[in-house]
Design a binder for this molecule. Structure first.
Ligand SMILES: *[C@@H]1O[C@H](CO)[C@@H](O)[C@H](O)[C@H]1NC(C)=O
Ligand SMILES: *[C@@H]1O[C@H](CO)[C@@H](O)[C@H](O)[C@H]1NC(C)=O
Ligand SMILES: *[C@@H]1O[C@H](CO)[C@@H](O)[C@H](O)[C@H]1NC(C)=O
Length: 592
């Protein structure tokens, strides 16, 4: 774990001919009027050097844009006087290996548990979220991946199941947010990608109508749970007064697209109102804490972070702006303020090699009633979506021109766009570093080393990050800490997908392939399916009997997209919801 692949990789020695033009470019880009006199000779020299060896310039730009590995540049050919031309064609062999992995996962599920909400690949059985019966959690979550992969036989059986067996008439509590992102989102993408098969829209409308009553609260924030048969919202029994920021603010893409399709504005209005409540409740520091009070609509004193219960709040600020084709400036402004706040308070560097990571701010209540805030250098695997999200934001919200180049040129980005781009590139590097474990898979939670962590030079702790509770002697029969697991999560490959599309740098494909290989080696169950592993630092790995639905909807979809041709789901035409269900970007219809 301590030996980081990234840091061990040999840096190419930089000779002076490479260093020189880079410095020139940087000085031109960053200097003001007083260098005008110098500019002409420099430009001439630069022009000649460019003509002689255009690759040097690509390197310099890439390096400036956050790439330090000059050996891995995703540039196919660079022509003098032309824009950089990138090779985005499919890597057919690798792409098809991902398709076979999907078939390995789906085939086992279909054989053992068709229609059940969840799948357990080791015991080879399914289970439902509640005793009231399944709601198509796994089937609907997987359909759009089949459509993208061209798996027509699997698809036609899945469609048949939706048409004849799926029911939402279930008298039990379902999580509002999970049901929206997985089932409603899955139906909406299936509708679009199937060429508007009306079956899916019908089901989507039925499901949303059953959920709409959750929004009928004094604050208009939706309740955590919904009884789909009774059409009633209910509280989270664990936190009866609270709702999660991420959960209430991660329904909007789905509800708005449904309004657009159904010409019924109710979904839009309910979802939009939530954002108004949040905007009004935000404190001057601009960070969203993880809980809101659903009666008052106010934030509750609780942790601030980019991980669980907050993550997709930030993701959807950006994506709401993108879904309606960058017309709703309300979201752009909220996103900009949020990114300023995140940079001010949550982005930190580790002590040893200055690894960019995110921290959490945790409240502590003292006996006298006072609250103080503690910075905790803890980063959930979930946060690894954020690197890619920052790149997407930098090239849209943070861009001065549309569309930007691939990779963007420094002068195409605003100051905050440039800041976000650099943080994004570095955060992805850090997330890849958390894959330098015995299995090559990243833990659920990583703690970063900061000066004040009190660990000092303790040799059991690696210099940049560690898995809490995994130090010291562990008995063979003892369960590793929860933080040590990898549960097939998609967030790192999600960021690699965005980084690849926005830079064309082959290194992101290489990294994605490494992760896929590690999944094949450690998570694959021979009889079918993939399983969670409980300790990323243990080989041979121990598996746990669960295949999360996001394996088929997200992890394998993002891997597929990384190796597919870039004309599949182009980023200027699609926004992917937080469960990787693609929704087409649209223009809001004028009010008649
Ligand atoms: C899940 O629910 C469906 C629909 O009610 C039912 O047919 C199936 O048997 C249930 N599966 C399990 C494992 O209980
Ligand atoms: C729903 O379930 C509750 C408790 O499980 C039960 O009391 C109620 O009668 C059920 N309602 C319907 C309409 O089935
Ligand atoms: C988005 O807006 C641009 C103009 O800014 C337009 O050219 C483009 O067609 C729009 N996209 C969609 C999907 O409507």
């Amino acid at each position: 774990m301590s030996g980081s692949k990234l840091r061990q990789r040999k840096k190419l020695p930089k000779d002076t001919t490479q260093a020189q033009p880079e410095n020139d470019i940087n000085s031109i880009l960053t200097s003001g009027n007083n260098t005008k006199l110098l500019a002409l000779p420099i430009l001439l020299a630069v022009g000649i050097a460019y003509y002689l060896n255009p690759k040097i310039f690509a390197d310099a730009i890439q390096s400036y844009m956050g790439f330090t590995d000059t050996e891995m540049i995703g540039i196919a050919r660079v022509l003098p006087g032309k824009d950089i031309v990138l090779d985005f064609s499919a890597d057919v062999v690798k792409r098809d290996a991902i398709v076979r992995a999907f078939q390995h996962a789906w085939g086992a599920y279909e054989r053992d548990a068709m229609g059940d909400d969840e799948y357990h690949p080791i015991s080879q059985e399914g289970s439902n979220l509640t005793d009231a019966g399944g709601i198509g959690y796994t089937v609907v979550d997987s359909i759009d991946t089949m459509l993208l992969m061209g798996l027509t036989q699997e698809y036609s059986r899945a469609r048949e199941w939706v048409a004849t067996k799926m029911s939402f008439d279930r008298n039990a509590s379902f999580n509002t947010f999970e049901t929206t992102i997985r089932v409603l989102g899955g139906l909406l993408s299936a509708y679009h990608l199937s060429g508007e098969d009306p079956l899916y829209l019908e089901k989507a409308i039925e499901l949303a109508d059953r959920m709409i009553p959750v929004f009928n609260t004094p604050s208009r924030l939706p309740l955590t749970n919904v009884n789909l048969a009774l059409r009633e919202g209910s509280m989270d029994p664990g936190w009866p007064e609270f709702v999660s920021s991420a959960e209430v603010a991660t329904l909007q893409l789905e509800m708005k697209y449904l309004s657009q399709l159904s010409a019924n504005s109710i979904y839009w209005e309910k979802a939009e109102a939530v954002m108004q409540v949040i905007k009004a409740a935000l404190l001057p520091h601009g960070l969203a804490s993880i809980f809101l009070n659903w009666q008052t609509g106010q934030f509750v004193i609780s942790a601030m972070r980019l991980g669980s219960r907050a993550d997709s709040y930030y993701e959807y600020l950006l994506k709401q702006y993108l879904l309606t084709n960058r017309t709703e400036v309300f979201y752009r402004d909220m996103y900009n303020n949020a990114m300023d706040a995140v940079h001010k308070s949550l982005i930190k560097k580790s002590v040893n090699s200055n690894m960019i990571h995110t921290s959490e701010i945790i409240p502590e209540r003292h006996p006298n009633g006072e609250v103080s805030w503690r910075l905790t250098p803890k980063q959930d695997h979930l946060v690894c979506f954020f690197g890619g999200s920052l790149l997407l934001g930098a090239t849209t919200v943070g861009a001065l021109v549309h569309p930007v180049s691939v990779p963007p040129k420094p002068e195409e980005l605003s100051e905050s766009g440039m800041r976000d781009w650099k943080t994004g590139i570095n955060l992805i590097k850090t997330c890849m570093d958390t894959h330098s474990t015995a299995t090559g898979l990243a833990p659920e939670v990583a703690h970063f080393r900061i000066a004040s962590d009190g660990i000092g030079q303790d040799p059991r702790f690696p210099s940049d990050w560690y898995i809490k509770g995994a130090q010291g002697s562990q008995k063979p029969d003892e369960l590793p800490p929860y933080d040590a697991r990898y549960m097939l999560r998609p967030e790192t490959v999600e960021s690699l997908f965005l980084a690849y599309r926005l830079t064309g740098n082959e290194k992101y494909r290489t990294w994605a392939w490494d992760i896929f290989q590690a999944i094949e080696r450690h998570c694959r169950v021979e009889t079918g399916g993939y399983a969670t592993i409980i300790n990323v630092d243990e080989v041979p790995s121990r598996q746990e009997d669960k295949m999360e639905t996001f394996m088929m909807s997200e992890t394998l979809k993002y891997l597929y997209l990384i190796f597919a041709d870039a004309s599949v789901l182009p980023l200027d035409k699609y926004v992917l919801n937080t469960e990787a269900h693609p929704l087409p970007i649209f223009n809001i219809l004028p009010v008649s």
